[in-house]
Design a protein around this ligand. Structure first.
Ligand SMILES: [Zn+2]
Length: 263
């Protein structure tokens, strides 16, 4: 993180594409905590990609809850800012039919949160019956969970764009911020995923692109520099030069984009 010049990070607490949890030794956890507080940087965990809290398959649903609880426990032990997760997909049966199942799962996971470590719903790209494709869906879950005090949101610029919000236009982004404030509350917005998009506006295709190299390009700066987001950690999930994730050049590109749009 220091090597690439970053001031915030998102990590996986186990392999993101396998169910088997990593058994972290207490000394590893202590070393991580010491290093994190030395850097004074916010760190978030991203849940497994396999998780689907809307699944109608009982086995997958059960495994998703169990894994989310384990991820949350590790995140609490390491005092991370939260666990960011993709809610899942109802595969076409509709949000209404999935609401109870998702909320039931989230209720259990929320019991594993702490004052520092929240559960953060990420807005989805909107494809394949994914839950969280609109602020209304996230708001409905928040309401159904009685506005739990440790439930928050992470907004992904690429997902917003491909789900139809042109967040490269200030007026449209302002109305998104208004809607977020009205339906959920800006105090629940805890982190941003700042990614350019490979696919067009409204395409519902979840394909991230490097900063400045996608269809949002320079105007990704409109999203990045919105005053309502000023104090939030901006987390990169871009492919980087070789598909292994963001490097120092990506962090520099993000920083320069921010500077251009705020000066
Ligand atoms: Zn994301």
């Amino acid at each position: 993180m220091q090597e690439i010049g970053a001031e915030a990070a998102q990590i996986f607490v186990q392999s993101p594409r396998a169910w088997r949890p990593t058994n972290h030794k207490p000394e590893t956890i202590e070393r991580f905590k010491a290093e994190r507080s030395r850097l004074g940087a916010p760190v978030f965990a991203h849940a497994l990609y396999l998780v689907n809290l809307a699944s109608e398959n009982d086995e997958l649903y059960r495994k998703s809850i169990e894994t989310m609880c384990i991820t949350m426990d590790v995140a609490c032990r390491t005092e991370l800012g939260g666990v960011i997760f993709h809610i899942g997909s109802h595969h076409g049966s509709g949000f209404e039919s999935a609401l109870e199942r998702v909320a039931g799962a989230m209720e259990q996971i929320l019991e594993h949160t702490s004052d520092t470590t929240w559960l953060l719903m990420e807005n989805s790209a909107g494809g394949g019956g994914s839950v969280g494709r609109s602020l209304e869906e996230l708001a409905a879950l928040c309401k159904r969970l009685n506005r739990h005090e440790r439930l928050g949101v992470c907004l992904d610029s690429c997902h917003l764009y491909v789900s139809g919000w042109d967040v490269t236009e200030r007026a449209e982004l302002d109305s998104l911020v208004d809607q977020l404030e009205r339906l959920i509350g800006l105090d629940r917005l805890r982190a941003l995923h700042v990614n350019d998009a490979k696919a067009p506006l409204g395409s519902n295709r979840d394909r991230h692109e490097n900063i400045g190299q996608g269809v949002m390009g320079e105007k990704l700066g409109v999203f990045l520099s919105h005053p309502a987001f000023a104090d939030l950690p901006a987390l990169l999930e871009t492919p980087g030069p070789d598909g292994h994730g963001p490097d120092a050049a990506e962090v520099t590109a993000l920083r320069e984009l921010y500077r251009r749009w705020t000066s």
